[in-house]
Ligand binder design. Structure first.
Ligand code: FES
Length: 120
């Protein structure tokens, strides 16, 4: 049986227009790996709750969100990713700084959207 890949190539689409790609191991949280590579992204709770670290997958890649405190199937269907507690399960292309978009998405569906006052 072929073994699962241990490391994935993750590209970050940053607001600056930069698109750095770094290797991230399957047991590493994406936010932590980015930070270690010198890419500092927004975050607050680091528990998969506050949505501050939200990103959106641009290529339908797979992310394991089992470490996140709150993550809904609808989030996954829409491509939203919580970088602080997400672990790669495929190569990824992630648009960062999507907290406003993810809060709006959650609110529209009457799902938990902590700290939404930040966007009002
Ligand atoms: S930093 Fe709070 S959900 Fe990621």
């Amino acid at each position: 049986m072929a073994s699962e890949p241990e490391v994935f190539q993750v590209t970050f689409l940053l607001p600056s227009g930069d698109e750095p790609t770094i290797p991230i191991a399957r047991e590493e949280h994406i936010w932590d790996a980015a930070f270690a590579a010198g890419i500092t992204l927004p975050a607050m709770c680091h528990q998969g709750y506050c949505l501050t670290c939200a990103a959106r997958s641009e290529d339908g890649g797979e992310v394991d969100q089992s470490d996140s405190l709150v993550y809904y199937p609808a989030d996954r269907e829409a491509g939203f990713v919580l970088l602080c507690t997400g672990k790669p399960r495929s190569n990824l292309k992630l648009r960062t700084h999507q907290q406003k978009e993810m809060r709006q998405f959650r609110k529209q569906r009457k799902l938990l959207a902590p700290y939404s006052w930040k966007e009002e």
